[in-house]
Ligand binder design. Structure first.
Ligand code: 2AM
Length: 477
């Protein structure tokens, strides 16, 4: 046995992870259901390092040093279970099985429990950064036992992206914590993308600017607080010209956004935990609306707007307003996502360090951004921070842009520009900071029609009013 680690499943992600490991001087055992893929990897990239290819899974396992560490990189779902079932009988106590695919975290919880019962470590890990990241340094979010991290962690940290020399990989927490955090990362990514898309639309409709002009604005924004991979690629996309038509590329792309499901999972979990992740939810529904073809056809040209053309008086003020509104909305979306991580951590017993999550998202992944340093700093100031927005840095940053934010959301409403994520983020901001909410009325209504009871502001206990009788109040025991 000579290999430090093995990879089974050598489609592009597995292939690139294996190459990345080999380039970091690990001896990498290789296996794939269809052996031809294994052969071609060694043929094409053998000079990346030392590979130990095996056609049979038994030989693959036998080529691994103990504790054996096997990364599975196959399609999420049934294929993952099939590979685990084949692999497990060949392993021994203390071996580590890593699922680096895009598993839904409840599956990871289930698999981890099953393998733990057999004396094996099961690590569900998020890997973000796509093909390019897998090869050159992804953000890696491993769950499972802390014990397994002692063996696995250093290898994953080696191949992860680095920011200021710090690896974008850390132990996330037990069970399904790694895949959970990856899921929320993707949810936040949905929100971030939707916010950028709304900013683009506001600039387009407000200024009547061309795609390329807006690309210039995004490129400028990328030199400040908003600096991020997503802003950078937005500028790039907006400058791109379609070769076939000579039009701005963005103008020839069909405006129906698709999704693979991680946004939906995030929103479903937000509902399960009762965490208002409105930014992510609006972003997910905005994609759904864009794809609601019959509804859009029925509405287009039929539903009136009753708006006049948007007259922006001062271009520079407007651009700055949009920028500040975008930043504030982004803080809300991230604040909500980190609330979801905290809620899940408490619910499932994961003890996730939110500051560390922001730190490992600074590089390698899609939401990588300078801004994440600020989040890490906020949780360093207060690890138990109940609301990211309430950290002094973020409170001030959002307060600075508050007037801009209100002007933009009001202007969008007045001029008929759909900004679900900007608007709902502002509504969240005003809701969460409210002295009193009309939830009091909701409680009274619930007690009226369903005797659901309510609590009072002036005394403890639970009360019910006899609405259909004499309206006397009784205290429930
Ligand atoms: P293949 O090359 O034999 O198709 C992405 O589909 C990767 O997952 C591929 O490496 C693929 O192997 C592998 N894969 C998909 N389903 C699988 C299964 N049920 N068992 C083993 N590998 C599987």
């Amino acid at each position: 046995a000579v290999a430090d680690i093995g990879v089974t499943g050598l489609a592009v992600m597995g292939r690139n992870l294996a190459r990345n490991l080999a380039r970091h001087s690990y001896t990498v055992a290789l296996h794939n259901r269809t052996h031809a893929r294994t052969v071609s990897l060694v043929e094409e990239h053998g000079d990346d390092g030392t590979f130990v290819p095996s056609e049979r899974l038994e030989d693959f396992v036998a080529s691994l040093k103990r504790p054996r560490t096997v990364i599975i990189m196959v399609k999420a779902g049934a294929a993952t279970d099939a590979v685990i079932d084949e692999l497990v009988p060949l392993l021994e106590e203390g071996d580590i099985v890593v699922d680096a695919g895009n598993a839904h975290f409840p599956d990871t919880i289930r698999r981890e429990e099953a393998l733990r019962a057999q004396g094996l470590h099961f690590v569900g890990t998020g890997v973000s950064g796509g093909e390019e990241g897998a090869l050159n340094g992804p953000s890696i979010m491993p769950g499972g036992t802390r014990e397994s991290y002692a063996t696995l962690g250093p290898m994953l940290e080696d191949i992860s992206a680095k920011v200021d020399g710090v690896p974008c990989c850390t132990y996330v927490g037990p069970g399904g914590a790694g895949h959970f955090v990856k899921m929320v990362h993707n949810g936040i990514e949905y929100a971030d993308m939707q916010l950028i898309a709304e900013a683009y639309d506001l600039l387009r409709q407000g200024l009547g600017a061309s795609a390329a002009e807006i690309g210039d604005i995004f490129a400028e924004w990328n030199t400040g607080d908003l600096e991020s991979f997503l802003i950078e690629i937005t500028a790039d996309v907006l400058h791109h010209v379609d070769a076939a038509t000579g039009s701005a590329f963005v103008d020839v792309v069909l405006d129906q956004a698709e999704q693979k499901g991680t946004g939906r999972w995030t929103v479903q979990n937000g509902l399960d935990l009762g965490v208002p992740i409105t930014g992510i939810a609006e972003a997910t529904f905005a994609r759904a609306l864009s794809g609601s073809v019959p509804q859009r056809e029925a509405a287009r040209g039929t539903l009136p707007a009753h708006t006049a053309a948007w007259e922006v008086k001062d271009r520079d003020v407007f651009v700055e307003d949009v920028r500040r509104a975008l930043y504030a909305s982004k803080v809300v979306a991230y604040s909500q996502g980190f609330d979801q991580i905290a809620a899940a951590s408490a619910e499932y017993g994961w003890d996730i360090d939110r500051g560390a999550m922001a730190r490992i998202w600074r590089g390698g992944c899609i939401i990588r951004a300078r801004f994440l340093n600020r989040i890490t700093e906020a949780y360093e100031r207060d690890a138990g921070l109940p609301l990211l927005l309430a950290d002094p840095y973020f409170t001030d940053a959002v307060a600075d842009g508050l007037q801009s934010w209100r002007r933009i959301v009001a202007g969008a409403a007045q001029n008929g520009v759909p900004t679900p994520a900007f608007s709902s983020s502002l509504a969240y901001y005003d809701g969460v900071r409210a002295e009193r909410l009309p939830a009091a009325l909701i409680q009274a209504q619930r007690d009226f029609f369903g005797a659901h009871t309510y609590r009072r502001v002036d005394s403890g206990g639970v009360f019910h009013t006899e609405w259909s009788g004499d309206r006397s109040e009784t205290q429930e025991s």
